[in-house]
Design a protein around this ligand. Structure first.
Ligand code: C5P
Length: 230
């Protein structure tokens, strides 16, 4: 079964600050996008990659990709107003594939074992699969006035990561209604009543969102480099 990978990379990264789009911010001399693409193709099952880039950065993204000696086709499309729009634009450009992964450009260090786990679960029959990790904070549901409504039972909570994996049919179903938006594609399918399976994610598959996340990401990379030297 062929496995296409969509990487939405068209976000502005407002919470990170700075003028550069988030996916083009660097960690140890390489953009988040390059790290993310390398992480996804390191999982040997991925057969093609489509990236949704900010309109003004398409040629810069093409230059970055030309540095990667990939043995799978990688193409670039223009992203949209929202993450869902960016994924929709990329989905139109994927070559025929039975399985589609959607991976945030902002998660540069997803281990190959997580990618393989997601793909295996789709291959085994799940229409939609999300890698996730237990949450460590106590989560409060609050109202608009800032008052706690209730404390959510922590054992039942998971923090969703990417790549999320879908049969091509399920992803098409998720994206069919052009009005709906969600912070992840699994959320769109949940609304439609499609079962979504959770598999184990990984703490190193963190999403770079705020300035401190860049510091943590640098530290993960340094540790991996020193592990390789030992
Ligand atoms: O903003 P957030 O961190 O949730 O974005 C997740 C991913 O979606 C990022 O990789 C970002 O570049 C991408 N995105 C996009 N198009 C948008 C907004 C976000 O491709 N319009």
């Amino acid at each position: 079964m062929s496995v296409a990978c969509i990487i939405p990379a068209a976000g502005r990264g407002e919470r990170l600050g700075g003028a550069t789009p988030k996916a083009l911010r660097q960690i140890s001399g390489k953009t988040l996008l390059e790290h993310s693409v390398r992480a996804m193709i390191a999982a040997r099952e991925v057969t093609s990659v489509v990236i949704a880039a900010p309109q003004e950065s398409v040629s810069q993204v093409e230059d970055i990709l030309s540095q990667i000696a990939a043995d799978v086709p990688i193409s670039v499309v223009v992203g949209g107003q929202s993450r869902t729009d960016s994924v929709r634009n990329a989905a139109r450009a994927i070559p025929s594939a039975e399985i589609v992964l959607v991976h945030d450009a902002a998660r540069p260090f997803v281990p190959a074992e997580v990618v393989s786990r997601v793909i295996s679960a789709v291959r085994a029959g799940a229409p939609a699969v999300v890698p996730a990790i237990p949450v460590t904070d106590t989560i409060k549901h609050v109202d608009a006035a800032g008052r706690v409504v209730h404390t959510v039972e922590r054992d039942e909570l998971r923090a969703a990561q990417t790549p999320q994996g879908f049969t091509k049919t399920a992803l098409d179903q998720a994206l069919a209604d052009h009005q709906t938006q969600a912070t992840d594609e699994a959320g769109l399918l949940e609304e439609l009543g499609v079962p979504v399976l959770v598999v184990a994610g990984h703490s190193e598959s963190m999403k770079v969102t705020r300035p401190l996340d860049l510091v943590v990401a640098e530290a993960i990379l340094r540790r991996r480099q020193s592990d390789r030297m030992m």
